[in-house]
Design a protein around this ligand. Structure first.
Ligand SMILES: [Zn+2]
Ligand SMILES: [Zn+2]
Length: 358
């Protein structure tokens, strides 16, 4: 392995905050290139490469089925499952569990855990750990899908090779006790290899065959197409929404505002806002395309979602002023993974608005 550049070995912290949960913040000017990804060769996991190639080939066949052989009911059913799975990720794994941006009563948690299993992107606990590490150490070697390694790596390449040692090291330092305290999540995590095949693959294939006499091949390949599309929707947030778009809230990070990704990922493409205010349940300002926000608000109306944390307008303007004056590099601010992170500032608590308070 090539030795790391000297400044990389010596610098303990991110430009925007500490790498270790307990490290002190450093305030001196940091060289622009010190957090470039290291150049060691990636170790490819061939098993995953083969699995993804096969899934994509079946998904391509699923497109053919959608237009030529499958019943329209099967196609609509696939679209419905796509949205249910997507909400399991955005409303569940992402905004509820990874960021704790709102709270949910048990019926909503149950719906979310089923939908999140339908999307099969690992258990909610695993998903949230990866995502908290991504926010806390964004664009460093500790970021699981470091966008500095390019579009393909941040999109799906990171799943085709072994995790960087830094991801593992920093992942161990992330507090996950809140999620392990949830019996439903512990249950999902423990029995994931039984629940996932059943909910993501077997039931979605069997139901169209039983209820409207669909053939196995049509039902199976349209479901795989649905699964592949939902994977790419999430992956686009890690790739395109870290590359192409505007940065109205924080110009010193790679995350951007991307309308296309928001349409595909039901409201998760407003990523510059989201990385600046990761504990905001809207994950965007009001008035943006945001289906997930609409659904969470519906659940809030019936009392199943509550304590919705959000940013006041004044706070956004204030942040803007601060960002314009102080270069984020070396300014001592801490990136945080969401509501309750030990580095969250008192101002965040004081100036945020909590809707549907318990
Ligand atoms: Zn991101
Ligand atoms: Zn996030």
């Amino acid at each position: 392995m090539a030795p790391r550049p000297r400044e990389k070995q010596n610098l303990p912290s991110l430009p925007t905050g500490p790498l270790e949960e307990n490290e002190d913040v450093i305030t001196e000017k940091i060289p622009d290139n010190c957090y470039d990804p290291d150049d060691r060769p990636l170790q490819i996991v061939w098993r995953n490469v083969v699995i993804f190639i096969v899934l994509h080939l079946v998904g391509l066949y699923g497109i053919y089925c959608c237009f030529l052989t499958a019943k329209w009911t099967t196609v609509f059913y696939g679209v419905l499952l796509y949205h249910l799975g997507a909400f399991g990720i955005t409303g569940g794994a992402h905004r509820l569990w990874a960021h704790r941006s709102y709270k949910a009563k048990w019926p909503l948690k149950l719906i979310l855990v089923i939908c999140q299993t339908l999307a099969h992107q690992n258990s909610a606990i695993e998903w949230s750990r990866d995502h908290r590490v991504h926010h806390k150490f964004q664009e460093t070697d500790a970021d699981p899908h470091n966008a500095k390694r390019g579009f393909f790596f941040s999109h799906m390449g990171w799943l085709l090779c072994k995790k960087h040692q830094e991801v593992k090291n920093k992942g161990k330092g992330i507090d996950m006790s809140d999620l392990y305290a949830e019996p439903l999540l512990r249950l999902q995590h423990k029995y994931y290899m039984i629940l996932m095949p059943l909910i993501c693959f077997i039931l979605p294939t069997v139901i169209p065959m039983m209820l409207w006499d669909e053939t196995f091949l049509n039902a199976y390949s349209v479901n795989i197409l649905r699964y592949i599309c939902s994977l790419h929707a999430t992956w686009l947030v890690n790739s395109a929404a870290h590359m192409w778009g505007s940065k109205p809230y924080d110009k010193y990070i790679m995350a951007v505002e991307n309308r296309f990704v928001s349409m595909f990922a039901i409201g998760e493409g407003w990523h510059n806002y989201h990385h600046t205010f990761p504990w905001d349940y809207k994950a965007a300002e009001f008035g943006r395309i945001n289906l997930s926000l609409f659904i969470i608000n519906c659940f809030a109306k019936i009392g199943w979602a509550y304590d919705l944390k959000t940013v006041s307008k004044e706070m956004i303007q204030k942040r803007d002023l601060i960002r314009n004056r102080v270069k984020r590099t070396g300014d001592g601010t801490h990136p945080i993974w969401g509501w309750g992170d030990k580095d969250q500032s008192q101002a965040d608590y004081d100036e945020s608005v909590i809707l549907y308070k318990s």
